[in-house]
Design a protein around this ligand. Sequence first.
Ligand SMILES: Cc1ncc(C[n+]2csc(CCOP(=O)(O)OP(=O)(O)O)c2C)c(N)n1
Length: 320
Amino acid sequence: MKKIEKKLLFKMLRIRNIEQAIADNYKFQKMRCPVHLSIGQEAPAVGIMENLRKNDKIVTAHRSHAHYLAKGGNLNSMIAELHGKSSGCAKGKGGSMHLIDLEAGVSAAVPIVGSTIPIGVGISWNMKLRKMKNIVVIFFGDGATEEGVFLESLDFASLHSLPVLFVCENNHFSVYSPLSNRQSKKRDIIKIAKAIGISGSKIHGNDVLSIYKKSKKIINNIKRNTKPHILLLDTFRHLEHCGPNNDNHLNYRSKNYIRKWLDNCPIQNLKKKLLRNKFVTHAQIKNYENKISNEIKFAFKYANISKFPEKKYLLKNIYA
Ligand SMILES: Cc1ncc(C[n+]2csc(CCOP(=O)(O)OP(=O)(O)O)c2C)c(N)n1
């Protein structure tokens, strides 16, 4: 267990530091696409992805960096994509919200809220028809569960008994709107899914170990029985909805609420636990940080020296 705990810490730190580097460099205006950072929300991506194989696939939405990186998406191609360069994972034409890495199993990221849910269900149907033993994990926010296509997708997945894991990262806000302004107090997406014939569970979204252990069983079950499941994970985004800044001064989230969640940071929690149990030393953590920092420096350098796409490719692979 010690080994896996250290691995989970390293992976969360890596995502946090990469996103912090994006935030720090954003002011230089070389990255001109909007960025929705997952800082604070690293645990679901890392805990779940640790149980996936390369041939399992994921789809995600606008807040996609953590999912892409945890699934093994190429860092250099991601940073180049954010810089609009032809060496980017979408050839510089997609930006942060259209990350893709087919080799790593990152099938799609689309920012139209809810739109990747049916895409993921379609991919899992394809897997089932081809008798493949893999699954699809679909990541989305609490806001996406308000789109009709969420319910239609659950129904289709249940009807065809598809190998798919629906993952709702509930950070309680859709931009500035709290759940209480958008949904009935009695609305419970696990109960909704159960009524459609899909089993579901809730795990604390900042507890990476618990996510890792519980999703392992759930994923094995989906693979064994080819049946969908839905996971609900409560979590918290540290920064503004879109962009590199903190927007706490806008007061749409109370000071107590922010304090409570910041005191429950997934990375700090695991770091403290591992240090307390002497599973990791301060020097080892420093080593992790140095390794990650070198990787980040290289990725930004790679993006800077890469070329912008040529004009003749402007309309290639553009479908809408
Ligand atoms: C269909 C649609 N409506 C509105 C938007 C604008 N929009 C972009 S992100 C977002 C909030 C989505 O909230 P949630 O699904 O909870 O994800 P979070 O941003 O909290 O991760 C909205 C309303 C959009 N992209 N697509």
